[in-house]
Design a protein around this ligand. Structure first.
Ligand SMILES: NC(=O)C1=CN([C@@H]2O[C@H](COP(=O)(O)OP(=O)(O)OC[C@H]3O[C@@H](n4cnc5c(N)ncnc54)[C@H](OP(=O)(O)O)[C@@H]3O)[C@@H](O)[C@H]2O)C=CC1
Ligand SMILES: O=C(O)C(=O)CO
Length: 313
């Protein structure tokens, strides 16, 4: 198969570095050029314009520059070609760092100490060992499993919930609808690392948060969401924080991004906000893998890290 041309259509990321690295090996057309171009074989995308890809008659595959592919399925004119997602040590490492950082900060009363310092308050709350706390990971995939390993090594009890059953040594695993309530009832700190699909949209709502375990050494339940914003109901999180259903939350993702300046989450004393920064896609690490996949595909080999269209992730 002949070396295919690439259409690069990334918004919210700066396209220059992706362009430079891809163009070192292949011909690259930067959107908005390239629509209807019969010579384009691959699309490298992040939140591309709807129907942009439907006019490419010889498109062979779509590459997401992120692990999530909800931005691709948002296109009503999505052509029926293979979709490749990111699975990369570099991205996984970033997410593992984020999860370990946020879990440890809540566990070691970081929010309380940051509030005490300006008041010069010398007060030490009761500190329990990590082993008394259960961290429950919703989404035990590439990112969830890596985070689970590190949390186990830090001494936390770890639960995991996925769509299909995946045993993992040292982790109490739950799956499917039947496993959700038992998983939540055994979880003190909930870490959300799910993909956004029709099945998971809005799953992190008030009713779900009510099911978390609250009788624990933390003094309440904690939510950490680094999956996708539309998995959660922002207003339900505020309500849960205000009535004590949740003690604290760390949120990297929001229903609307950037988080509107009017959102009460910005100034809520129990919320730690990051701007969808848990695991950023680094072109220096990801472009070589994309180019390798294109080369292999043209030699007749199979593409890796393919998205399951039916499952939506
Ligand atoms: N904030 C950030 O910076 C970033 C956020 N992300 C987000 O993290 C998400 C997860 O990434 P990754 O771990 O690589 O994805 P994977 O596809 O490897 O894992 C997804 C996990 O979610 C589970 N899952 C999916 N649907 C359901 C469902 N309906 N019920 C229960 N479990 C379900 C899957 O179950 P099963 O194992 O049975 O398939 C799997 O365990 C991405 O989709 C993206 O949205 C990713 C990177 C950066
Ligand atoms: O990889 C992803 O899905 C991201 O959200 C990157 O920020």
């Amino acid at each position: 198969m002949e070396k295919g041309k690439i259409l690069l259509a990334v918004t919210a990321f700066h396209p220059q570095r992706w362009h430079q690295l891809l163009a070192a090996e292949r011909e690259v057309v930067l959107e908005p050029a390239g629509a209807n171009d019969p010579t384009i074989a691959y699309a490298v995308v992040w939140k591309h314009k709807p129907n942009l890809l439907s006019g490419l008659p010889n498109l062979r595959a779509i590459f997401s520059v992120g692990a999530g592919v909800d931005h691709i399925f948002a296109d009503p004119g999505l052509p029926d070609v293979p979709i490749v997602r990111v699975v990369a040590d570099n991205l996984t490492q970033y997410m593992t760092e984020y999860v370990a950082w946020r879990v440890l900060d809540h566990h070691r009363h970081g929010m309380l100490y940051r509030a005490q310092q300006p008041k010069k308050t010398w007060h030490e709350p009761l500190q329990r060992p990590a082993g008394d706390i259960s961290v429950g990971i919703m989404g035990l995939g590439h990112l969830g499993r890596a985070a689970a390993s590190v949390l186990l090594s830090l001494g936390f009890a770890v639960n995991g919930w996925s769509r299909t059953e995946h045993p993992m040594k040292g982790v109490s695993t739950y799956s499917g609808e039947a496993g959700l309530i038992p998983f939540l009832n055994a979880t003190d700190i909930l870490v959300v690392l799910l993909p956004l699909t029709p099945q998971t949209r809005g799953i992190v709502n008030y009713g779900l948060l009510k099911e978390l375990r609250r009788r624990n050494g933390l003094g309440g339940a904690v939510l950490i969401n680094a999956g996708r914003g539309r998995l959660q109901k922002d207003a339900d999180i505020v309500r849960a924080l205000d009535d004590g259903t949740l003690k604290e939350a760390s949120l990297d993702v929001f229903e609307v991004e950037p988080l509107p300046k009017t959102s009460p989450l910005w100034s809520h004393p129990k919320v730690f906000v990051t701007p969808h920064a848990a695991a950023t896609s680094d072109p220096a690490h990801l472009v070589p893998a994309m180019l390798r996949q294109m080369d292999a595909f043209e030699r007749g080999e199979k593409l890796e890290n393919l998205v399951d269209r039916e499952a939506g992730y």
